[in-house]
Ligand binder design. Sequence first.
Ligand SMILES: CC(C)(COP(=O)(O)OP(=O)(O)OC[C@H]1O[C@@H](n2cnc3c(N)ncnc32)[C@H](O)[C@@H]1OP(=O)(O)O)[C@@H](O)C(=O)NCCC(=O)NCCS
Length: 394
Amino acid sequence: MEEIIDVKNIGLRGVKVADTRISDVDGERGILIYRGFNIRDLVVNSTFEEVSFLLLHDHLPTQKELEGFRSELVSERGVPEVLLKILKMVPNSTHPMDVLQTALPILASHDPQLHEETKEANFKKATRLIAKLPTIVAAWDRFRKRFEPIHPNSDLTHAGNFLYMLKGSPPDPGTARDFDICLILHAEHSFNASTFAGREVASTHAHLYASIAAALGALSGELHGGANSEVMRMLLEIGEVDRVKHWVAQKLQKGGKVMGMGHAVYHTEDPRATVLRGMCERMANRIGDRQWCELTKAIEAATKEEFRKIKGKEIYANVDFYSASVYHMMGIPRDLFTPVFALSRISGWSAHIIEEKFAEAQPKPELYRPDADYIGTYCGPQACEYIPVERRSS
Ligand SMILES: CC(C)(COP(=O)(O)OP(=O)(O)OC[C@H]1O[C@@H](n2cnc3c(N)ncnc32)[C@H](O)[C@@H]1OP(=O)(O)O)[C@@H](O)C(=O)NCCC(=O)NCCS
């Protein structure tokens, strides 16, 4: 008899479901490691292109490998014409995360290696997805504003090109680099909900695109990637630093949540929030408008104070808290914040799906199949008597 381990109704908190070689989240010490490298070193020294290579290929690229990967990404930025036609037809009111998910099967149908299940072919598919997602998000934003999409600029970096396609002019070097750092920070985070969703689908031998579509769906929820746009909604609603204390107290006393605060794994400050807080300050000074950063800091302080009073413990900002004001100051529309998260996390998801498919961290591929206790109606050992519809009285 198979041993049943009872870990019900705790959202799998603290339950280890697999080994991984991709990243490590130390929730007690607030350390995040990608393939052995501390995120704090990567944001100083690396680029999103280099980090994507690292996540996919398990080593920092040589100069030649990095140049090859960069030019592959640049050459794959275009998207099929038919996809642009479909995007043009999608109603303007559609959430951009749904638009992104809609694009996945279209991209899949145009991938010449879709059903080629070698590791090499999956690296190629992942590279295509990393290259194309920014083009899709930017094109959709242009279409809904009744503009034509802007063609990718092969002279710009991955980060700079996205902002260019979104806004129509190349970003200044400081903003391009800050956005690049945002992409590095969001690229990977171990077995979070969306990564687990993607791995779970990959464990059925579904292709990479289907697995990524599942991950996108999981990311869209407000308790996960959707939190960043909810933080911005809160900033806009509160509006003034003077209103913060009252707003936060009301929210928490009524049992509500302050979005962007708290984390399922970190019991100290999320190291990504530390970097983003510094970026928020830097950007605010650069653009000469401190209101969003000041408001965010005031909400953080008030939430910590009120949370201590109500729950008697600490709460800390997570990655989504400061990214909201940072993206807002970059001129990114609020409902694109979560798609921006996706176009970074696509690197981590792809690395995990490949790890799952090729059992790189376990003895052999294994289909995920958890169990549940049935607590519904059950009439006895022979089950319920089936009564034909015409004889049912209630
Ligand atoms: C991320 C999140 C789901 C983790 O939740 P969790 O694993 O239950 O976290 P904890 O176990 O530390 O929560 C302990 C308590 O703090 C509360 N809490 C956690 N985050 C909170 C928040 N942002 N605002 C108010 N209360 C919060 C929980 O409701 C729980 O209350 P309870 O003990 O009365 O049930 C939660 O912090 C949250 O919803 N945050 C806001 C959404 C968000 O920013 N998501 C992005 C995460 S990267």
